[in-house]
Design a protein around this ligand. Structure first.
Ligand code: HEC
Ligand code: HEC
Length: 241
């Protein structure tokens, strides 16, 4: 009896040890699984926490364009640039249908000051890069606003400069970069066709005078143009489409 009880105690111990070993094994492998999983967890967390690049949102751009944001000091762009970017006043440029990358670049340039304009430097100061891209995306989807050339006397000169440049002065054809229809070539060369002549003329002057310093290409070209040539080509561009 004693003997058998000893044996049963022993087997009981053995069984207990075996059981313990199994738990230990499970424990270790469990820890191993946890260890394996451990490096995953922070990575997954980082993915969720990293400021996922916000998507460009034209609808958000439209709201900011049309209503501004008083809480951040953003004025409604529509006040000057008109509904859908189709400005009705010749000193305020039309923005509709412009290539988004160009528009966003201009807003950045105003904010940085490489394009000096007191009004637009103020307007762009409160805009974030995301705002600029949202507004630019919205404007690029709006229909182009066409115009007409006003001055019959200069239209031929304007057309010849736009299409062929001025060989004697080394002025290249505007069409080479801005395309024959004035639609430009995305993303580098802006749409010009249909723009207000007053505004286009003012930009050519700003490039020449060094007020607008955000394009060495355009500065080089404008430096070679006389006042009369600028006016002629600006008027021609207004009717171009
Ligand atoms: C008070 C009138 C006014 C308001 C409001 C205004 N702008 Fe302007 N904007 C101008 C004027 C004037 C110019 C021409 C600046 C120059 O001659 O360089 C201009 C130029 C621009 C240009 C350059 C266009 C081009 O073809 O290069 C962009 C882009 C622009 N504005 C976007 C905006 C946006 C976006 C807002 C709203 C956040 C805004 N503007 C609000 C008056 C205004
Ligand atoms: C070599 C290419 C090239 C040629 C040729 C060229 N341009 Fe440009 N033009 C540009 C680029 C690039 C810009 C955009 C500059 C920027 O990023 O602000 C520009 C911008 C402009 C703008 C400003 C548009 C706006 O909405 O403010 C006007 C106006 C303009 N060009 C007129 C002309 C005229 C007129 C000619 C011909 C006499 C001409 N360009 C020839 C490259 C060119």
């Amino acid at each position: 009896m004693r003997q058998s009880s000893k044996i049963s105690k022993l087997t009981g111990l053995r069984a207990g040890f075996a059981l313990f070993s199994i738990f230990a094994l499970i424990g270790i492998s469990g820890a191993a699984i946890a260890a394996d999983a451990a490096p995953m967890a922070p990575a997954a967390e980082a993915k969720a926490a990293a400021p996922a690049k916000p998507k460009i949102d034209p609808a958000v751009g439209e709201a900011l364009y049309s209503n501004g944001d008083a809480s951040r000091g953003v004025t409604a762009c529509i006040t000057c640039h008109g509904p859908k970017g189709q400005s009705a006043i010749s000193t305020w440029p039309k923005l509709s249908a412009q290539h988004a990358a160009y528009t966003a670049k201009q807003l950045k340039n105003f904010k940085e000051g490489t394009r000096a304009n007191p009004i637009m430097m103020g307007m762009s100061a409160a805009l974030t890069e995301q705002d600029m891209q949202n507004i630019a995306a919205y404007l690029s989807k709006q229909a182009i606003s066409q115009g007409v050339a006003q001055n019959k006397e200069t239209i031929e000169l304007g057309q010849s400069i736009y299409r062929g440049g001025i060989a004697a002065k080394g002025v290249p054809a505007c069409a080479a970069c801005h395309s024959p229809t004035g639609a430009g070539i995305p993303a580098q060369y802006p749409l010009l066709g249909g723009q207000w002549a007053d505004y286009t003329n003012a930009q050519l002057l700003a490039f020449r005078e060094g007020v607008r310093k955000n394009s060495s290409q355009m500065t080089a070209i404008a430096t070679k143009l006389s006042d009369q040539e600028m006016k002629a080509v600006a008027d021609y561009i207004a009717g171009l489409h």
